[in-house]
Structure formats: C-alpha cells, structure tokens
Design a protein around this ligand. Structure first.
Ligand code: R5P
Length: 346
C-alpha cells in the first residue's frame, strides 16, 4: 500500500545535530522497519546537516537540503558521553538547528530531545533562575512547534511553553518488558521503589504495571552543596526482597548509592535499577563499578537516550541497555501520518 500524501503532514524529514546522530540513526532504522511493515514505499534517511564550530567556540548548524513544506524533526542529545561537547554546546547547536529549519520553511518543526536540559531547575528556592523555563522559551522562540522528550524530570515544564507542545514519552514499557522477558525476575519477591519522594509516582506506576508492592525512600538534599544528599529514610518493608529502584536519571550516582545502601541495611537482597537517562556524570561509573563489586547493586538498566556506545554496553557487567528508538520512531511516524499517539505516551 502506498501512503496517500494527503493523509500525512508533509514529507517526514529527519536531521540530527552531531550529538544526536547515533540515536537518530537508530530511529531511522526503526522508521524503515515500520515503513516496510506498513507497505509504505518511502525509505527514510538523515538529511545532510553540518554543525560548524568557529574558532571562538560559537556554533551554527547548516541544513544542506531542501525541506520546504516538510514535517521536519531535528534530533539532539544534550549529554553525550562519547564527545567533548558540553550540554551548553549541544543546546546551542540545537537552537541554531531549529532556527535554520525555521528559515527553510518546513510546515512543522519538532525538536526530538530525549534529555530535556536544565529540567532539574524548574523552580526556585532563593535568588536563582528557573532555567528550565529559559530553555523552553529558547526552543519555542527558535521556531519549534513541538518537543518530544523522555521522562522529563518535572511535568510542570510543559507549562513553560506558550505555543509549543511538549510530548513526554516514557521508558517504562521497555523497562517492564526487560524485567519480565529478559531478566525474568521473580515477581513474588520483588518490591519497586524510587530513591526519593519525587520518584514515588514513577514507582507506583511501575509497581502497578508489574503487579508488585512498592516502598518509598525519602531523601533530603542540602541544596547549598550541588549533588549532595543529606539524609534518607525508608517507608515500607523490604527484608528478604529483591528491589527494583526506578528513577528518571542517574547523574553523579549519589542518590542511587545512598538509597541502595539504605535498602541493604534494611534487609533487601538483590538491587536492580531502571533509569531512563543514565548520565553517569563525573566519577559515577567508577563509583557504581565499586558498588557492583561490593554487591550493593546487581544491575542497572538504562536507555539509549544517553548513548554510551556498543563497547561500554558490551563490557560493563552491571549495565544493560534497552532501546527507546523504536518508541520514538513509532511516535514520529504516527504524528506524521496524523494517527493517535496517546497510547504510546503512557
Ligand atoms: C532527583 O530528583 C532525580 O530524580 C535524581 O534522583 C537525581 O537527580 C540523581 O542525581 P544524582 O545521581 O547526582 O544523585
């Protein structure tokens, strides 16, 4: 069957900034599988886009192909462990890419950013910026009509946009599939928890999907010291149980390792972790490796929304990767074909 162009929003057209390329290639592969399965004769490929960095560090993105009238998606990953580029470099590249697209007259522009930058700065405590709002406005002002992201740290960030729509996707489907079908964990012995009260809703969601109980870890931070956890308490009984800790991100690993220690001290057995955005900043990899060797952590399941590359995944015993590229590809395809996406966003 050939897809009738009038049923679509204009040619589905995809490009990536440098740090989004690996993830974008996976999305393209999945889009072509979807197209083949739907007897859609179109074959997808990445547009030729160039990221130019000037000697003073300024960046601009140039789109070398015609995209007038297209349904255009620009993919970028802010935290790219395989490059020297910082989150700020990648954010600026994204902004110039969106604006380059805007100058090129596509019908729609969607920014595909599985990691929403500055999402932990979504409210202020003292004389400080609400940086997530500044980022939202930058993206909107550059010309994006829609943003696709993954397990955003604070859903209220949707309200920081005036006209741009933010679709928050969830890795829980892929994670639950991994727990049930790859790891085949014994559900009668499993308890789900989040490492802080902020992740309690996520823990409840996973516990419902898996049909198991959940416990709560209550974390207090000292906000005068970035990345430092002050104290933690546990609500719930975990003695003799295996644990699945769920969280949106691991940054320094401090939150996770404190929670794992608390759970172990309270009699928990094996500790598994499901994290949508495995940033592993600073010396997190070394700290987690040590925790794994000491038996504190059994396995961390992360998604390829933070792209660690094949050799890291192959050689890191405590790490398993699930891909969210098929989910992103399906959502992009459905948006382009004017089909529902609400089931896919749950
Ligand atoms: C906190 O609210 C988040 O959900 C994460 O738990 C936290 O940001 C992880 O940071 P870190 O790994 O540095 O403790």
């Amino acid at each position: 069957m050939q897809v009738n162009p009038s049923e679509t929003r204009g040619a589905l057209s995809i490009a990536a900034c440098n740090s989004g390329k690996s993830f974008a290639e996976r999305i393209i592969r999945e889009l072509n599988i979807i197209a083949r399965n739907e007897a859609d004769e179109h074959r997808y490929d990445l547009h030729n886009v160039e990221e130019v960095v000037f000697p003073n560090g300024e960046v601009k993105v140039v789109i070398h192909e015609f995209i007038r009238g297209d349904d255009f998606y620009i993919i970028q990953c802010m935290d790219d462990p395989l490059s020297e580029r910082t989150i700020n470099d990648n954010l600026m590249a994204l902004i110039t890419a969106i604006h380059a697209a805007y100058q090129s007259d596509p019908d729609h522009i969607t920014a595909v950013i599985p990691q929403f930058p500055y999402s932990r700065q979504e409210r202020r405590k003292t004389r400080e910026a609400i940086s997530a709002k500044i980022v939202a406005q930058l993206i909107e002002n550059a010309g994006a009509q829609r943003v696709l992201t993954l397990d955003i740290h604070a859903e209220a960030i949707q309200g920081f946009f005036n006209y741009t729509k933010l679709e928050d996707m969830h890795a829980s489907g892929e994670m639950v599939d991994c727990v049930l079908n790859k790891l085949k964990l014994d559900l009668s012995k499993l308890i789900v928890t989040g490492p802080d009260v902020g992740s309690a809703e996520k823990a409840r969601h996973y516990s419902k999907k898996l049909g198991v109980n959940f416990a709560i870890v209550d974390k207090a931070r000292d906000y005068s010291k970035p990345g430092q956890v002050e104290s933690m308490r546990l609500v719930g009984d975990v003695r003799g149980k295996n644990i699945l800790i769920v969280d949106d991100m691991i940054a320094t690993g401090g939150t996770l390792l404190h929670a794992a220690k608390l759970l172990k001290d309270n009699g928990a057995e094996d500790i598994y972790v499901a994290v949508s955005l495995p940033f592993f900043n600073g010396d997190a990899v070394e700290r987690i490796e040590k925790a794994y060797q000491e038996g504190l952590i059994k396995l961390i399941i992360g998604t390829d929304a933070v792209f660690w590359g094949e050799s890291f995944v192959r050689n890191t015993e405590w790490y398993a990767e699930v891909s969210v590229a098929p989910l992103f590809a399906r959502v992009i395809y459905n948006i382009n074909k004017k089909r529902s996406v609400s089931q896919l966003l749950r």
